[in-house]
Design a protein around this ligand. Sequence first.
Ligand code: PEP
Ligand code: MN
Length: 341
Amino acid sequence: MIVILKNNPNRDQLESLIHWLQEKGVIIHTSIGEAQTILGLVGDTSKLDIDLIAALDIVQDVKRVQEPYKNANRKFHPEDTVIPVRDTQIGGGTLTIMAGPCSVESEEQVVAIAKAVKASGATMLRGGAFKPRTSPYAFQGLGATGLEYLKVAREETGLPIVTELMDVTQLELFKDVDVIQIGARNMQNFDLLKAVGHQDKPVMIKRGMSATYEEWLMSAEYVMASGNDNVILCERGIRTFESYTRNTLDVAAIPVLRALTHLPIVIDPSHATGKYWLVEPLARAAVAAGTDGLQIEVHNDPSHALCDGPQSLKPEVFDPLARKLIRLHVFMRGLDQEGLD
Ligand code: PEP
Ligand code: MN
């Protein structure tokens, strides 16, 4: 349920409303926007008398929220969520470009790639230390050592790091990363979602291969219900009947999520296609459709990459792409702000 307040509500009346609602056992999330202040109520609101609340002096409107996701719902929080990450931010009109190797392979490799992608305009470094591989015989990642190499790359470049957490038991090792990635295969690992909800680092949840928008948003809701509001959603392609591409990028996820949620949206054209030459057109489409960010795999020697070489861009291919995407984003924002006469 949401309670939309009139402008400049009387403080005493507001406090007694909040107190009364809390006594009824509901949890209240206050969203103070430029235009409106909204109280989002979570819990058993079935016994609350809507008419009684709506009749209060300070209340403009009361609405039930049908969707099962509440905290993640745009109705609860009409303004876009902006997530600060070190010197940068995700959302709020910026274009976050996360780039780096699928897997951290060595200190030299990740530092060299980090320097290259930074010079091209990337704002974050991606790289997997713990890898969810389909085959148990494939490279499983460098683990804790990989995290150390990522930190070295961050020291050298200043780029914040985003890396995947696969298991609750690894959380202690992730104290120093900047954004925790929850992979597609773990989107519905509810214990993992609760665990990252109990800490305060931003969490990027990749869409499960066959997950609906609602299931994906419910995963965000798990993190938020545990106390962490800093959630980012990453579309990385879904399973369809098409087998030419690794997955099918659902570009519609951008406007759909924009409508359903206030959380920032990132697009991963690398895992979505599995082919390096499809990364550019889909990244462009994502920027044109209004994504808040991109996650792109870059490798200095794709043909020898230990993971996902075929979809990785060489730094010299990433460079003009990143520059074009930054310009395209500025251009699109200009169009949105000026309109067309
Ligand atoms: C990754 O980003 O390295 C990864 C494994 O992605 P996904 O979970 O989307 O498959
Ligand atoms: Mn990968």
